[in-house]
Write a protein that binds this ligand. Sequence first.
Ligand code: GDP
Ligand code: MG
Length: 602
Amino acid sequence: TDPALIRNFCIIAHIDHGKSTLADRMLQLTGVVEQRQMRAQYLDRMDIERERGITIKSQAVRLPWAPTKDEGGESATHILNMIDTPGHVDFTYEVSRSLAACEGCILLVDAAQGIEAQTLANLYLAMEHDLTIIPVLNKIDLPAAQPEKYAAELAHLIGCDPSDVLKVSAKTGEGVAELLNRVVELVPAPVGVHDAPARAMIFDSVYDAYRGVVTYVKVVDGTLGRRERIKMMSTGAAHELLEIGTNSPEMTPADGLSVGEVGYLITGVKDVRQSKVGDTITQVSGGAQEPLGGYKDPKPMVFSGLYPLDGSDYPELREALDKLQLNDAALVYEPETSAALGFGFRVGFLGLLHLEVIRERLEREFNLDLIATAPNVVYRVEMEDGTEHTVTNPSEFPVGKIDTVHEPVVRGTILAPSEFIGAIMELCQNRRGVLLGMDYLSEDRVEIRYTLPLAEVVFDFFDQLKSKTRGYASLDYEPTGEQTSELVKVDILLHGDKVDAFSAITHKDKAYAYGVRLVAKLRELIPRQNFEVPIQAAIGSRVIARETVRAIRKDVLAKCYGGDISRKRKLLEKQKEGKKRMKMVGSVEVPQEAFIAVLSSD
Ligand code: GDP
Ligand code: MG
């Protein structure tokens, strides 16, 4: 294709503002998906994506479009490559790679909601990549829509005229054809060097059980052809190109891809880590010397221990993680043993949503019952003797003479109606936040910026923020380095034994309150056993809180006064049901809820 006829663009938006629905309308309008095959959120292929209504992996699709001219008639058919991006904070790196494959973007804002935190985060990313930005208000069919108000807000934000903001309904299709015309008109055609060694950027890489890894690329310079030998520039690994083509929206093989084109390629590799997002592909012979910029390894920010409820499921858990890793270069894990929970894995995630998605897939797709320990961040501990430890599991926090502890921090951006400023500041202050600044987006909406320890954000911050603002606040955060803090490890002892899975690292000023709260909660959750169970919280050898679960022999059948056999059976079954999610920790039976209880602050 002549690059002058290509337009590469993506849609960026806060979650739920309608990206996937708009993508659906574009598929229909350009005729690549027939009416009767259409189903909602066509491009969200993973089950969890469809159920939760979120987009996790980006997808690219090629749309032919002949824009209508003002004076009537059609102009030449253009190729629009649309890239649907994930909208959640955990996947910012993927969004950023998708943006790097585009020359323009549609900034989509819900006309009943206005600008939200991820609208801003994505907009800033788009500006960093010098993309042409097309501001669009969606959902104008909603009775609650306030298109004029939010067009002004959006125009003010990006510095354009309110009349430049397009208004569409992804649901009814109103305004979508005009939007495609505007993409052709405003988004620059890709530029690259035709007669140069090939350089293609990988912006996505997915594992397919039948085809192996399918890699999505944008060709920046030169041409990649079928059967050519290619190499991944970050590792030097060479592969044969078994197939190359475009998605419209199903895979359609082609002879090759050249300057500005977006498509997929298949080399037969079986693991996405061999085909990394952000890497540059070139030919083996006469290939490029300099990779395209921007590659970075995904870095896990949050760790959690995953243990099978039934210890004999350990091999299945390993197999399941191996399988998921084929499709998720950001997922890392290593075996770990816990005195309390037995054999499991310490698993690293990009963030909390990533953690939840993985856990849910393990339980659902692989039928595993799991216990997940409280998520924690990575600490760097310098000892007085000059040695240094990287701590990904609180129970491994070193004892002895600690010099300094470093913890990761993030820059958090919160958008909310201004009536909640007080509540938000109080929450952030409680979470050891440092105010960076505050701006009014309009009369009644503010943007508040804080530096916060990641550990405090990971620990039910978002839920608290939502409940303190009646759901109106939105949050985005990005890692900005680390800070030194006075942190201590709080251990929990059950019946005198330290339970490693309950150990947590907290700020020293919060340790006491944390210990008191947790032992109280555990006392409620741990059922009475036939002996007395003391529950203690301790820092080193110093006990800071204590509760006791009194002994009782609870015979549920005694309540049945003989007779009713079916009632008796029901009770027994109910008791068995309750037992299923119990874990023996030393001599004490602990329900699964207890491990989850550590996760919330109320
Ligand atoms: P995404 O998270 O940005 O991909 O958003 P979705 O496309 O999944 O849409 C979120 C919700 O908004 C879904 O329930 C859609 O049906 C709904 N929605 C999207 N566009 C429109 C629209 O133009 N009008 C109305 N009324 N609802 C819409
Ligand atoms: Mg979506």
